[in-house]
Design a protein around this ligand. Structure first.
Ligand code: ATP
Ligand code: MG
Length: 654
C-alpha cells in the first residue's frame, strides 16, 4: 500500500469509490452521518497525495467557516496542506479584495451587517410607515430577492407568488428595495449578498479576471449542496467556466434554508445537467447509535403521510455503531423548568466524564437561547453561543477589531506573542483575565472579548507563526460568514446553525407547536422544511439524545403549548412515552405521580412547608407562601441547590 493509498484506508467501499473518482462530475447523495464530508475530505487528500491535484488548484466550498477550518485541519492531518476550503462568502470576498483594485478601482466597499437600520432610512425617505417587525420582514425579502438574483424590477415580475412582505404591497416593497440599494451605493457599503453579486458581476464582465480565477482553480468540491442558492450556483458556474471538474455532496432531506432562496433542485438534477456524472450513494451511518438513527428514519418515514411536496425517497440509514442509551422525551411546565432540567442533565453528563464541548443544546429560534444561557450560568456551566450572526455586529467586537487593526500597523509579531497583543489591546477595551461575577451587559461585553482572546490563543497554537495581521484577516473572514469564535463549553445553537456538526450529547429543546413547527410555517411546504430541520437536529447526536417540550412560556403563563406534532409518531413507534410531568421549578400542580416518585417530602422553597398532593406551586413555592419572592434569592437558592447536589455526589464517591 502506497502512502496515498493509506488515505483511502479509513473509508468504506462506497466512500472509497467516491474518493478515488478524482476528476469529472461526481455527486454523493446520502443521508446524515454517512460520511459525506469525510469522503470528500479524503478524496481531496487522495488527489493531492497521488499528485493528481495541485493543492492550490482545489477550491472546496463548505457551509460555515467552522466547517472550512475543520476541513483544512483534516487535510493537513492527511498530508494535504494548502488546499483552499472556504465558504462561498469567504471565497468570494477574497477574490473581490484581490481583484477590486484592478477591475473596479478605489477601496472595496465596507460590509454592512445590519440591513434593518438602512431600511428604516429608506422607508423614511419614501414616507412608508414601518415598525421593527416589518423592517425585518423587508430585510429577509431583500435577501431572498438577491440570492434568487432578482433586481427590484425582476422581483415585481415574480412577485405574484410571494406573500406581501411586512404588510406592504409588492410595488412599495420594490421601491423600498431600490431605495435601500441606492443608499447603500451612495455610502459605499455592501451587504452579504453583494459580496457574491459583485464577485459574479466582476467575473461576468472582466474577461481577464475570470480567466485568472479559472487558471487558479481547477477542481471544485461543494459540501451541503442541497442548500445552494441560485446566486451561489451562478458563482460556481462562473468559476467553472464550462468545465465539469465538480464534486457535490448533499442530502435532500437536510434542505433547511429554502426560506432564504436555497433549493435542492441543483442537487437532485445534477445527473440531468451532467449526464456523465458518477453517482455514489452512502447508507451506513457512522455517527449515531441505532437508537438515534431509528428515530431519524422514523421521522422521515412519517412525512409521507402528511407531506404535500414530492420528496425523493428517503435513504434509510443503517447505524454502524453499538447500541446506546434510549433517547429521552420529557415534558416540562414552562421554559425555565425545561432549561434548568437540561442544565441538571448537562451537569450529570459532565460529572460522568462527557466534555462540555461534546454537548449541545439546540433550539428553533435564537430568542430561545436566553433561558438556557441563564440556566447554564446559574449551574456554573460554561457555554458558547453558535451561529448568532450578532457576534461580529456587537459594538464591543467591532470596537475591538478596529483597535486591533490600528495596532497591527505597528505590531506584527509571531505566534508566541499573538495572545499577548491581543490581550494588551483588548485590556483597554474592558477585557480582564477575571470574568465579572454578575450577569448583564458588563459580563456580555467581557464574554465577547474573552472569545476573541481565546480564539487568538487557539489559532496561535494551531498555526505556527500566526501574526496579528493574519489574525485580523481570519476575523474578517469569520465575520463575512457570520461565525462566532469558539470557546470551550456547551454549545447553544439554533437548529439551522447546527448542520454538518455532531456532538456526543444533544438536547433538542422547545419541541412545541408554535416553535417546532414554527408558528409562521403556514403551508405544507413550510411544515415539511420544519420536519427536515428536526431531522437535522436529531442526526447531530452521536450517543445521547434528549427531546423536550415546555407547556408554557412562563411560570403560571396563560397560553398552553402543545408538544410538537412531530413527536407523536416517534413516541408511539419507539415506546418513548413522555416521562410523567415533573414538578416545575416554575410552577404547576403537584401530582400524585410526582409526589410518589420522590422519597423525601417536597418542601416549599420559600417557607419550607411540606407540600401535599394538589398544591398549586409557583416558582417552587406554595401558592400563599408568606415569604416574599425575590428573584435574586431564587437564583441563589437554585445555584446552591445544584452545588449541594454536586457535593452529595462527590461524597458518594469518597
Ligand atoms: P451530515 O449529513 O450531517 O453533514 P456527513 O454525511 O457529512 O453528515 P460526516 O460528518 O462525514 O457525515 O461523518 C459522520 C461521522 O462518522 C464523523 O464522525 C466521521 O468521522 C464518521 N465516519 C464517517 N465515515 C466513516 C468510516 N468509514 N469509518 C469510521 N468513521 C466514519
Ligand atoms: Mg457533512
Amino acid at each position: 500500500m502506497t502512502d496515498a493509498e493509506g488515505v483511502l484506508a479509513g473509508l468504506d467501499e462506497e466512500q472509497r469509490v467516491a474518493a478515488a473518482t478524482l476528476t469529472g462530475p461526481l455527486c454523493i447523495l446520502a443521508g446524515a452521518g454517512t460520511g459525506k464530508t469525510r469522503a470528500i475530505t479524503h478524496r481531496i487528500a487522495y488527489g493531492v497525495r497521488t499528485g493528481t491535484y495541485d493543492p492550490h488548484r482545489v477550491l472546496a466550498v463548505t457551509f460555515t467557516a467552522r466547517a472550512a477550518a475543520e476541513m483544512r485541519s483534516r487535510l493537513t492531518g492527511l498530508g494535504a496542506p494548502g488546499v483552499q476550503a472556504r465558504t462561498f462568502h469567504a471565497a468570494a470576498l477574497r477574490q473581490l479584495q484581490y481583484f477590486w483594485p484592478v477591475a473596479v478601482g478605489g477601496p472595496l466597499p465596507q460590509i454592512l451587517d445590519y440591513k434593518v437600520r438602512l431600511l428604516a432610512e429608506a422607508a423614511k425617505r419614501l414616507r412608508i410607515t414601518t415598525d421593527r417587525a416589518s423592517l425585518r420582514d423587508f430585510a429577509s425579502e431583500i435577501e431572498w430577492s438577491k440570492v434568487s438574483t432578482l433586481t427590484p424590477e425582476g422581483y415585481l415580475a415574480q412577485a405574484a407568488d410571494r406573500p406581501e412582505p411586512g404588510g406592504a404591497d409588492h410595488q412599495s416593497f420594490a421601491k423600498l428595495y431600490q431605495a435601500y440599494e441606492d443608499i447603500k451605493a451612495d455610502r459605499q457599503l455592501m451587504d452579504f449578498e453583494d459580496v457574491l453579486l459583485f464577485t459574479a458581476g466582476m467575473l461576468e464582465n472582466e474577461e481577464r479576471v475570470a480567466a485568472q480565477v479559472r487558471r487558479q482553480y481547477r477542481h471544485f468540491v461543494v459540501d451541503e449542496y442541497q442548500d445552494v442558492s441560485p446566486l451561489q450556483q451562478r458563482l460556481l458556474d462562473l468559476w467553472l467556466g464550462g468545465r465539469d471538474d465538480l464534486c457535490v455532496v448533499g442530502d435532500a432531506a437536510q434542505t433547511i434554508y429554502s426560506f432564504t432562496g436555497a433549493t435542492p433542485d441543483y442537487l437532485l438534477k445534477f445527473r440531468r445537467r451532467y449526464p456523465n456524472a458518477e453517482m455514489v450513494k452512502l447508507v451506513r451511518d457512522y455517527r449515531s447509535t441505532p437508537q438515534v438513527v431509528s428515530l431519524a428514519n422514523q421521522l422521515l418515514a412519517d412525512r409521507r403521510s402528511s407531506s404535500a411536496a414530492p420528496w425523493p425517497e428517503p435513504l434509510q440509514l443503517i447505524s454502524q455503531r453499538e447500541a446506546g442509551p434510549t433517547p429521552t422525551l420529557t415534558e416540562h411546565a414552562d421554559d425555565d423548568a425545561e432549561a434548568s432540567w437540561v442544565a441538571e442533565q448537562i451537569v450529570q453528563l459532565r460529572d460522568a466524564g462527557t466534555p462540555l464541548s461534546e454537548i449541545a443544546v439546540l433550539y428553533r429560534t435564537n430568542g430561545q437561547s436566553q433561558t438556557f444561557e441563564q440556566a447554564l450560568a446559574s449551574a456554573g456551566v460554561s457555554y458558547q453561543l453558535r451561529g448568532s450572526e450578532r457576534f461580529f455586529s456587537r459594538p464591543e467586537v467591532r470596537e475591538a477589531l478596529a483597535a486591533l487593526r490600528t495596532s497591527s500597523v505597528t505590531a506584527d509579531d509571531g505566534s508566541e506573542e499573538l495572545g499577548h497583543q491581543v490581550r494588551a489591546v483588548l485590556s483597554s477595551h474592558g477585557w480582564k483575565a477575571q470574568a465579572p461575577t454578575s450577569a448583564g451587559a458588563v459580563r456580555e461585553r467581557w464574554e465577547s472579548l474573552a472569545a476573541l482572546v481565546a480564539l487568538a490563543d487557539q489559532l496561535a497554537s494551531e498555526r505556527h507563526g500566526m501574526t496579528l495581521r493574519d489574525f485580523i484577516a481570519e476575523l474578517d473572514e469569520r465575520s463575512a460568514s457570520q461565525h462566532a469564535p469558539t470557546v470551550e463549553g456547551v454549545t447553544l445553537a439554533s437548529l439551522h446553525s447546527a448542520k454538518g456538526l455532531e456532538w456526543d450529547a444533544v438536547f433538542l429543546a422547545g419541541l412545541n407547536e408554535g416553535l417546532m413547527p414554527i408558528s409562521f410555517a403556514d403551508s405544507q411546504l413550510k411544515i415539511d422544511e420544519e420536519r427536515r430541520l428536526l431531522y437535522v437536529g436529531i442526526t447531530r447526536a452521536r450517543t445521547h439524545l434528549s427531546l423536550s417540550s415546555a407547556s408554557a412560556r412562563h411560570a403560571g403563563g396563560r397560553g398552553r403549548r402543545r408538544p410538537s406534532r412531530f413527536l407523536i409518531p416517534l413516541r408511539r413507534t419507539l415506546g418513548l412515552e413522555p416521562q410523567a410531568r415533573r414538578i416545575a421549578p416554575g410552577g404547576g400542580t403537584l401530582s400524585p405521580n410526582a409526589a410518589a416518585r420522590r422519597r423525601r417530602p417536597i418542601t416549599c422553597a420559600g417557607c419550607g412547608d411540606v407540600l401535599t398532593v394538589g398544591t398549586q406551586i409557583k416558582r417552587r413555592r406554595c401558592q400563599d407562601c408568606p415569604v416574599r419572592y425575590d428573584e435574586q434569592l431564587f437564583e441563589q437558592l437554585r445555584s446552591w441547590r445544584l452545588s449541594y447536589a454536586k457535593e452529595l455526589q462527590m461524597k458518594a464517591f469518597m
